[in-house]
Design a binder for this molecule. Structure first.
Ligand code: 2P0
Length: 343
């Protein structure tokens, strides 16, 4: 190999049944299976160039060279693939995050999924998407699910080899999501730390695991029947149960801010007013996501704008599986980056 190039795009995903806790920190094996919706509006493009002439890995995010700490994370991740192929060429990794202004959404899901597919493309790895998802998992758990589109399950599995994602349904049946951007700042307690603390100290944690298992089965049945209201009710209940484990940790903590509560209240009021099914979920940060029918997104957005700045309400349809990009696509992405509309 002198030079090997791969380029890929992966969309972010929002968990409807949350992943919250690891049974193996090093292998990123989760305590429970989870299920997500991939979103069209938010994605990461990544180009990886393995080059025999490089003497170390290089990582650029949105055109800026990253700190040693960030490069080390990428290097450790590349090591996994290099162990697999039996050689360790260094790489230049360039990523661009396409997330609408101040969306404040974690990008690790789309980031490690895009990097996994770009590496697989560059190294011409002969593996299935599901196998590739076991690699993505070790960059960030949630990225396992971003290799697929629509509704995606990440099975907890029994080992590193079978803790993988698979597509459940393409979500092409009047499903959408609104993101209420309460705060675009980086989260104060990394999810990695928050989930570990919760597993170790919350007396509610065993109940969370038990009920996440039941929720997953019920949600898969609701998806199979395209029963939107049951899907939504389980989504909202599961998310709030996850957050109840942080409130019951010792010492307790929460990802919610005062404005998160106002956003939640606005959603309750608006869905009551409009008599429209709309269900909330939150992750390891203060933003509120609303699962709704795609055909109701416009009305909900308008009604919510009475309570919330309209530019902070972002709508998205379900997104596709990760895919390989051409050099011409990459050049277009770079142009959008220099034009400043990547953020
Ligand atoms: C999820 N979250 O299922 C859950 C719900 C946040 C709340 O996955 O430690 O960045 O890298 O595996 O994937 C966020 O955690 O954590 C997350 P690591 P990750 O989407």
């Amino acid at each position: 190999m002198t030079q090997a190039v791969g380029i890929a795009r992966a969309h972010t995903n929002i968990a409807l049944i949350k992943y919250w806790g690891k049974r193996d920190k090093n292998l990123f094996l989760p305590m429970n299976s989870s299920l997500s919706l991939t979103l069209e509006a938010f994605y990461t493009d990544t180009k990886v160039t393995f080059d025999d002439h490089l003497t170390e890995d290089i990582f650029l995010l949105n055109g800026k060279e990253q700190s040693e700490k960030e490069v080390a994370k990428i290097s450790r991740f590349l090591d996994l693939f290099c162990e697999y192929i039996g050689e360790r060429p260094f790489a230049r990794v360039e990523s661009i995050n396409f997330v609408p202004t101040a969306a404040g959404l974690a990008s690790s899901a789309s980031a490690f999924a895009a990097l996994s597919l770009a590496v697989a493309d560059a190294l011409k790895l002969d593996m299935t998407r599901q196998e590739l998802s076991t690699f993505a998992r070790r960059g960030s758990g949630s990225s396992t699910r971003s290799l697929f589109g629509g509704f995606v399950e990440w099975e907890m599995g029994t080992s590193s080899e079978d803790s993988m994602a698979h597509p459940v349904d393409d979500a092409d049946w009047d499903v959408g999501m609104l993101v209420l951007v309460v705060d675009s700042q980086e989260k104060k307690i990394a999810s990695r730390i928050g989930m570990e603390h919760t597993v170790q100290t919350s007396p509610f944690y065993p109940a969370w695991i038990e009920s996440a298992r039941e929720d997953l089965q019920a949600m898969k049945a609701a998806i199979a029947e395209k029963d939107f209201e049951t899907l939504g009710r389980i989504t909202e209940h599961n998310g709030f149960k996850m957050h109840a484990t942080t409130l019951s940790a010792n010492p307790p903590f929460t990802y919610w801010s005062a404005d998160s509560l106002l956003a939640q209240e606005a959603v309750r009021q608006v869905r009551e007013e409009l008599q429209v099914p709309a269900y909330m979920t939150m992750d390891a940060g203060p933003n509120v996501k609303v699962l709704c029918r795609a055909s109701d997104m416009g009305r909900l957005q308008k009604a919510l704008s009475a309570h919330f700045p309209v530019e902070k309400i972002i709508s998205s349809l379900p997104g596709p599986a990760a895919y390989v990009l051409s050099e011409a696509d990459w050049q277009q992405s770079k142009t959008r980056l220099t034009e400043g509309n990547h953020l």
